[in-house]
Design a protein around this ligand. Structure first.
Ligand SMILES: Cc1cc2nc3c(=O)[nH]c(=O)nc-3n(C[C@H](O)[C@H](O)[C@H](O)COP(=O)(O)OP(=O)(O)OC[C@H]3O[C@@H](n4cnc5c(N)ncnc54)[C@H](O)[C@@H]3O)c2cc1C
Length: 507
């Protein structure tokens, strides 16, 4: 409620977040439901989400942009693994071209949302990030496109003796733009996508960069330029070439993932072979590049044109595998007695996962604890009406999900319009079914967060699809189903039922 104006603003659809997911959702809504009023609320002062926040040296995608880009807007470059600023430019151009940027309200953080079945509406509490002023917006549908991690702080484990270190300790999520590391010795703690990106980028001017990892990751060299795309766009033009490349690359991601899961030993040998070829002859490949887990148990690190290995070959960068005992005045001391000297320490130790943009949800006065809810078709939550959240793939480009999810939602809205429904609530026929972790993914940052994330059920439509092709197939099918209960507040009740509702005597 805007107290001064004395009225509550209403939109048909409220989208939380102006990153790649929120901008994508707005495009599909606008395309398929031009009559629906929508608004994007964005906590930050700018759009782009991840691609505006992260500014560390070399920041880039690890997916190819032909699948990470939108289906509806060709990525017009042969550079497939793109820099953060090019991705940001692409996102903002998309928002501008489709008139989406005029629908974004910046510096507006959603803190809570409460659903009223009597009104078939969400009342969404927002606060102005600068003044702290609070107001309310109501909507019929709420789309959470708020990403999956906290923006205010990254994850940094406690390091003994941290206060002893004389130089700067930097988390890549908050990179100081004026940091001068030319000629400096840098230790990057971590072994994930950020660490393998930072190493070659900083090595260009630093005296030396050391990646200090506790456990190795799989590191796969890939070409930064997409030769297939170059040929396809030459033969078929930009638009068709792009969609063909997208198809080829999306399928390649599934084939690679399947191969790794089905034949982990062969995949491990292959990756090791590719690494060894790019490293000096006597390099201890197994010590630094042979993880104790199977390929794709965690997200695989991609290095364009093997740049990481190039920096190691040139002697400008190195990898150390060991456990930190303590920070010292001039670096890091390991348990095995080794000391790494540093002028700057970078803690590339990951993200703090956050469910549903940190919003407190209630449904008819009852708080929603995400972990108590099952995921319905990978886009809604059991018992939570008219709420969709966007969570992309961990084994393929995030954006592949945005398109299929939004098209499914748009068809659901059309279905409801044609029957006069204004609410849709997923309800499990057997609410006591066994719950599985939201993600079958062994990365530390995901494992730490599983207790705060919703769960998947043991069967469809509560089970997440193993890969995007299966997911897209499921989302292309009909939008209604026995476990999606429709109702109309105006008509005063449920229009379709479920065993659970029948049991509860609610119909
Ligand atoms: C460095 C880096 C590289 C990555 N590279 C890849 C890659 O190559 N391929 C891939 O598939 N994935 C990659 N990812 C994962 C990546 O985050 C997603 O692919 C994608 O960018 C997520 O987009 P999003 O719009 O869903 O979320 P985000 O980009 O996180 O955007 C969410 C937006 O929501 C806003 N927001 C959050 N909560 C609220 C709230 N309560 N109220 C209002 N606004 C809110 C945020 O301010 C933000 O602007 C990468 C992640 C990182 C950190």
């Amino acid at each position: 409620m805007d107290a001064a104006a004395g009225h509550q603003e209403f939109v048909d659809v409220l989208i939380v977040g102006a990153g790649i997911s929120g901008i994508g959702a707005a495009y599909y809504l606008q395309r398929d439901h031009p009559g629906r009023r929508f608004l994007i609320v964005e906590a930050r002062e700018a759009s782009g989400g991840t691609w505006d926040l992260f500014r560390y040296p070399g920041v880039r995608s690890d997916s190819d942009l032909h699948t990470f880009g939108y289906e509806f807007r060709p990525w017009r470059s042969e550079v497939a693994i793109a820099s953060g600023d090019r991705i940001l430019e692409y996102l903002r151009e998309t928002a501008g071209t489709h008139g989406i940027d005029g629908h974004i309200r910046y510096r507006t953080t959603v803190t809570a949302a409460s659903w009223s079945s009597a009104d078939a509406r969400w009342t969404v509490s927002v606060s102005d990030a600068v003044t702290g002023a609070r107001s309310e917006i109501s909507c019929n549908w709420l789309i959470c496109a708020a990403g999956y991690y906290r923006y205010d702080e990254g994850f940094t484990p406690r390091f003994a003796g941290r206060e002893r270190f004389a130089g700067p300790v930097i988390h890549p999520q908050h990179w100081p733009q004026d940091l001068d590391y030319a000629g400096k010795r840098v230790v990057v703690i971590g072994s994930g996508a950020t660490a393998v990106t930072l190493l070659p980028a900083m090595a260009q001017t630093a005296a030396h960069v050391t990646m200090l990892q506790r456990t190795p990751s799989y590191v796969l060299p890939v070409p930064s330029h997409d030769a297939v795309n170059a040929r396809l766009t030459k033969w078929f033009g930009d638009e068709r070439g792009y969609s063909m490349t997208r198809w080829v690359n999306a399928n390649r991601q599934v084939v690679l993932w399947r191969f790794c899961r089905k034949h982990p030993k062969a995949a491990r040998r292959l990756i090791r072979h590719l690494n060894a070829k790019l490293l000096p002859a006597d390099y201890p490949v197994d010590e630094h590049f042979n993880p104790p887990y199977g390929p794709w148990d965690q997200r695989m690190c991609i290095v364009p044109d093997g740049d990481l290995f190039g920096a190691i070959r040139d002697g400008k960068a190195s990898v150390v595998t060991g456990h930190i005992e303590t920070f010292t005045e001039d670096g890091v001391q390991l348990y095995d007695g080794r000391r790494l000297e540093a002028d700057i320490i970078v803690t590339a130790t990951g993200l703090n996962v956050q469910a549903l943009g940190g919003m407190a949800l209630t449904v008819d006065g009852s708080p929603v604890n995400a972990h108590d809810h099952f995921v319905y078709k990978g886009l809604m939550l059991s018992g939570v009406p008219n709420f969709v959240f966007v969570f992309g793939y961990t084994n393929a480009s995030w954006t592949l999900k945005v398109g299929s999810l939004c098209e499914h939602l748009c068809r659901l809205l059309s279905y409801m319009d044609s029957r006069g429904y204004d609410a849709a609530r997923p309800v499990a026929a057997d609410p006591g079914m066994a719950g599985l972790p939201f993600l079958d993914f062994q990365a530390g940052y995901i494992k730490r967060a599983l207790g705060r994330l919703p769960r998947q059920g043991a069967r469809a439509p509560w089970r997440l699809s193993p890969h995007h092709r299966a997911d897209a197939r499921m989302l292309r099918r009909r939008v209604d189903g026995p476990e999606l209960v429709f109702s109309s507040a105006l008509a005063g009740g449920s229009a379709a039922g479920s065993p659970e509702e029948a049991r509860a005597g609610r119909r």
